[in-house]
Design a protein around this ligand. Sequence first.
Ligand SMILES: [Zn+2]
Ligand SMILES: [Zn+2]
Length: 368
Amino acid sequence: MASTGRAAVFFGPGKPFEIRELPLPEIEPDAVLIKVSLANVCGSDLHFWRGDAPLRLPEDGWIFGHEMTGRVAKLGRNVKTDSLGRPLREGDRVAYTYFYPCGRCYVCLNKQPAACPAKIERPRGPSEFPYFHGAFAEYYYLRPGGALFAVPDALSDELVSPVNCALSQVIFGLREAGLAFGGSVVIQGAGGLGVQAAAVAKDMGAASVIVVDQLSGRLELATAFGADHVINVKEVTERKERVALVRKWTGGMGADVACDFVGFPQVIPEGIEMLRPGGTYLEIGTISRGAKVERPADLSHVSPGQDQPSLLRLGVAQRGDDEDQPRRPGALTAPRAPAIGCADWARPVRPQVRMRHPGRAGSAPRCS
Ligand SMILES: [Zn+2]
Ligand SMILES: [Zn+2]
């Protein structure tokens, strides 16, 4: 095996990546070194690359990227199988996680590892062990405790590489949002996550999958992925009309679930307006730290009456000193609501913001 590998090191928005040759790390007994065969550019990566949020990088740069697949280059001596107990050998193709919930904090012990505050770390430079911290490199170091799964040869790298981020996020998020068989969902944004969400929602038995975007090519793709209805905001230019279309396609009620896969918080109030009373808003796309969202002026359709307040249920993965944190995915601040710390494209998904009308016997608002 080679003794070095190359990595594309990021030094900040507007600066060129630099290709660096790095030593391969010593493999800890429970870790796995993976030779990356394909890495995708996720929407989150674009936020970092463009500088949509403050980012403090180590002096020696940062290797980022997280959607990827590859082959086992070297197994730690204790690793004999994949996470399903199937024998694993060097050279095997694998899909694997990128986040490492700690497993011992209060949140993890409450069985919500996706919201573990310890799983999001500050960027680490390529001179820090184990050097290969991200997908944009020839190797990736799967740390002790990282899950990995053998992949059958029938699946191409192109199909497998989005599994650890885009696909797992939408499966987890839609399930957490309570999308049910026969339900309806609005998907705002038909990028990588949005089109996968359309397919997953349909597979979950949604009766009405509505996708909103401004690019017709993306909407065609969303239709191919299972969308029942699409709205092009360039053609239906009035927000009122878009909301009316959603009501029309959901029997006059509004959607059970609406989701942000756009990544800009301006779309959120419109998504909330598209909900039925008691509907759930799922926030996945907006990851930039400091992003603010307007509370919709009128929530009466979601939460009728002052004595029946909306429940804002928040997914939080936040540590105190986040000045150094480059990414606070999902960070939103709403008037009269706590700052939503954020979670992220977690393992397996970013936590979500729910606005839900709790009903008569509704529980008190709480964070989760
Ligand atoms: Zn991603
Ligand atoms: Zn934890």
